[in-house]
Design a protein around this ligand. Sequence first.
Ligand code: HXC
Length: 539
Amino acid sequence: MSASEADLRPVAVPRTARPQAPRARTMASLRRERDTLRGLTEAGDPTGIERQHGLGKLTARERLALLLDEGSFVELGVFRRRRDEGPATEGRRPHTDGVVTGTGTIDGRRVFVYAQDFTILGGSLGAEHARKIHRVMDLALDGGAPIIGLNDSGGARIQEGVAALDGYGGIFRRQVAASGVIPQISVILGPCAGGAAYSPALADFTFMVRGSARMYLTGPDVIAAVSGERVGHEELGGADVHGGRTGVAAFVRDDEEECLEDVRHLVSLLPDNNLASPPDTPPTGADADPRPRLAEIVPVEPNKPYDMREVVAELADDGDFLEVHEGWAPNVLCALTRVDGAVVGVVGNQPMVLAGVLDSDASQKAARFVRFCDAFNIPIVTLVDVPGFLPGTGQEHAGVIRHGAKLLYAYCEATVPRVQVILRKAYGGAYIVMDSRSIGTDLSLVWPGNEIAVMGAEGAVNVVHRRELRAAADPEARRAELIADYRERLMYPYRAPEEGFVDDVIDPADTRSAVARGLALLRDKRREPPRRKHGNVPL
Ligand code: HXC
């Protein structure tokens, strides 16, 4: 092994093993030295790579090769490493400092990337490692291109103390500065422990891979030491925990290949930055493309369940859409797709889960999605079929008022084109919140069987006519009469159109073309947000 090979290994090597400058320097020998160093750094440590593969994980460079267009990756800072500070750093100065950073393209569009390398010091974040990440984040923000971080790290590098913590702080500060300016995607492919977990939490979208990704503030050992509670890594902070219970992960995938493929899919639906238009494709001719199946998917009976994903597939070009937070709060559906070539964010109630009611988690999920779409010029299509907010002490005490307000706030604030389609029912506060005319939708369409009301007929009659029913000779017969009367006068499908709360009553089969027309007519919508430092969203 040559001296330079030894110095690249992420293990203890004598300081004397640093590469020595050749005595007689020629450009050829300098080039050779550079190529050797680069080649060895790029090749990595075979033992570490073997261990990484043994854990079922790919290396940082293999991951970047899957993520980026072939041959597009340009590495930055390949030679960067810790300063030589004598015995304390002896043999602990691998090149790259445990993170591969640079830029490349996805479908020809520029992105900036960093990939933590677990084979070098456990991918732990030291000062140089952090500075490299800071640099690509700065370049991404200056250049107006998405930033994608592939996380696989033991967290703050213990030996570097406060410098490591400072490095994380620099990442978080940059993430907040970049929020709403460039898309930020975090991909968790191994451990992401301690405060490091705040980076994915600040990102717009976080991916996790089942079995290998884990994220928590305090790991199982600390928990056991502090409280005696015994819990495994996966059970504490595995992909399904964050994809299904906490909502930190927007996407959960079975393996790294599928995960990185879907990161590419996501990027293909996002604009480069907040000043750019989304990557629309040429119109597909939605006008001449009726969808009769829609009337078969959605039963006329207002309480019969169906899968809103089937509706989205009918509206989407090629039936293709990317669902966000599929496993968390599935009673509301959020998805990115294209309708007649135009990228849109779809928010829909999901009658298959909890009858499609809104609750705390669903409100938070949809609110964050609406705010993302608004920040990045993505029009919003809202598909409404909602019986109301979920009643009960559980929800009230969980703060459904505060969380519901987030969704209300997000819609009220959104200045992108907004199209609302009411498929069947829309009751009470949930009607208002689901992008009603009153909170600023641009175009409201309803299907012929719609029911829009403060509450259902039975509940309404019991409240309004309680005294009369108590005194009635035949309360049940009278109740039936009052219910029929309420339905006829307050819930008939043309009441909202007559009063101007909706713009049109459409045939279900024409929904795709009507939405496409609506988006086309709203394409040039311009509305400036009010001048203020920022609103006080009920966080
Ligand atoms: C320095 C670290 C390290 C760290 C791992 N390594 N984590 N070195 N600082 N934080 C090193 C190990 O010493 C080892 O080096 C190599 O990486 C591989 O680690 P292993 O433990 O052998 O791997 P594995 O068994 O797979 O376990 C991975 C692990 C474990 C679960 C991540 O290493 C671990 O628990 N690490 C500590 C996690 C942690 O508590 N981090 C700090 C969190 S607090 P050798 O030389 O033996 O190969 C934090 C604060 C951030 O991050 C604050 C931001 C606000």
